[in-house]
Structure formats: C-alpha cells, structure tokens
Design a binder for this molecule. Structure first.
Ligand code: FPP
Length: 247
C-alpha cells in the first residue's frame, strides 16, 4: 500500500478537511546554492522564483490564504551582503506587483515588525497593502517575523487598550494574523523538523508536513503531495469524536 493510502487508512478512512490556509517555511536556499558551488544569494534568487511559482499554484488550487516565512527576527544575524540580497528580492517582488508585471496578483499583508525597515521600504509595503486590497486570494508575507514577538506585541497592544485580563480570543485578534483562520497546513522544506518561531500561537492544531526538498526545487507536484498528505489527516482538534469544523 502506498504511503498516502496507508496514512488515510490509519487515520480512519476518507476525510476531506477544508484547506483554507497553507503556510510555507521556505528553507534550503543556501544549501541549494552551495550544492552548485554558487554564492548563497543565488539560492535566494531561485527561492524567490519558487515563491512566485508556489503561491500562484495555490491560487490554481483555490486555496484562499497562503502565508510564507520570508525573513525571521533572527535572520538579521546573517552577513550583511546576504540580508541586502534578500531585501533586494523582496523590493523587486513588491515593485513588480505594483507595476502589474505579474500574471496573478494577490491581496498582500505583512506579518512582522515593519519598523526595522527603511522608510522607503515601509512606504512601499504600505502601498502594496493598499493597492492589492481588492484581490480575492490572500497572501501573508512574514518578514522580520517571530512567533514569540507576535504574541508579545499582541499582549502589549491589549495592555495599551487597558485590558487587565485577556482571553484566547483577545490574543488571537491582536496577532498580526488577526481575524484570519489559523493555518490548516504548515509545509517546511529543507529537511529540518521544526517550526523555528513561525506562527507559534496559530500553529497549535496545524498539520505539519516536512520535506527534504530544498525550497528552490519546490514545484507544483510537491505542493500536490503536501495537499494530499493534508487530505489524508483526520482532524479532531482534541476531540474524540468525528472530525469537526475548524473555528
Ligand atoms: C531560508 O533558507 C530562506 C530565507 C531565510 C530567505 C527566504 C527568501 C526567499 C525565498 C526569497 C525572497 C522572498 C520574497 C518574499 C520575494 P536558508 O538560507 O536558511 O537555507 P539553508 O538552510 O540551506 O542555509
């Protein structure tokens, strides 16, 4: 019996949970370049192509919300030339969207602390958020993002609002992802089995899919495999009965 069939059987039969939110940890750009004797920056530029390929394919699959982990609060520790290279790719991606250079566009939001970016980049980010607001498919770009930082800023927002006691709902609604569904599926490429400070609060019930594939090699069929894996899971959200709908 094939891997996915076995998973489906083990999880108790046929289930097709809704996949409304898929999130990607785009790992392995550096190793992709190293394997070819190229500088790490080449890996990131191929990674940017894979990013466009994958998010556009998610539109084809009718997945309403995609989140990508583009840059963590820890990634600033990398050599300045590498950080500059990633920021250049980020700016190119934003500018291409504004000049209608892409076939498919999405409603972009940013998760993370924007204040670390230059005023020019911040203005560009604001413009992209405003000008893409009418597109039907959503894209979250987590940039200067940390899961713990997300929770801390949410709690500080609530304190500033005068709250002295908070509920889970209060925190959920103060996170960068406020009012969005939690990720149903988190995909990590690059062979590491950890979440690395990504969507810490939001990932509590996410299905996790890890692949050794390096991010620049991520193709449509690899997304299909991750989605098949997701469909084979039975989601109980802590319950013992039949799967019930996510909140
Ligand atoms: C992780 O791979 C990747 C990053 C830290 C950067 C991700 C950036 C992109 C995919 C391109 C730019 C993004 C946008 C939104 C256009 P790694 O460098 O840690 O790989 P390694 O583990 O093999 O060293």
């Amino acid at each position: 019996m094939g891997f996915f069939k076995r998973l489906k059987k083990e999880s108790g039969g046929v289930t097709t949970p809704p996949l409304r939110h898929i999130a990607f940890i785009m790992d392995g750009n550096g190793r992709w370049a190293k394997k070819r004797g190229l500088p790490r920056e080449f890996g990131h530029s191929e990674g940017a192509k894979a990013f466009i390929r994958v998010v556009e394919y998610c539109i084809d699959l009718d997945i309403k919300l995609v989140t990508v982990y583009a840059f963590s609060t820890e990634n600033w520790k990398r050599p300045q030339s590498e950080v500059d290279g990633i920021m250049k790719l980020f700016v190119e991606y934003l500018e291409d969207g504004l000049t209608n250079k892409r076939k498919k566009n999405m409603r972009v939001r940013f998760l993370g602390d924007k204040s670390r970016f230059s005023p020019e980049i911040q203005a560009l980010m604001d413009e992209v958020v405003e000008k893409t607001a009418h597109f039907p498919y959503d894209l979250n770009i987590a940039i200067n993002y940390g899961g713990r930082d997300d929770i801390v800023q949410a709690v500080n927002t609530l304190i500033k609002e005068g709250k002295t006691e908070v509920t889970e709902e209060d925190i959920s609604n103060a996170l960068y992802t406020h009012h969005q569904p939690d990720p149903d599926l988190i995909v990590r490429t690059g062979g590491e089995w950890r979440l690395s400070n990504f969507l810490t609060w939001q990932s509590t019930y996410s299905e996790l899919y890890f692949t050794k594939k390096l991010w620049p090699d991520m193709k449509e069929k690899d997304v299909d495999e991750a989605v098949e894996f997701f469909k084979s899971r039975k989601r109980r959200f802590g319950d013992v009965k039949e799967e019930r709908k996510a909140k």
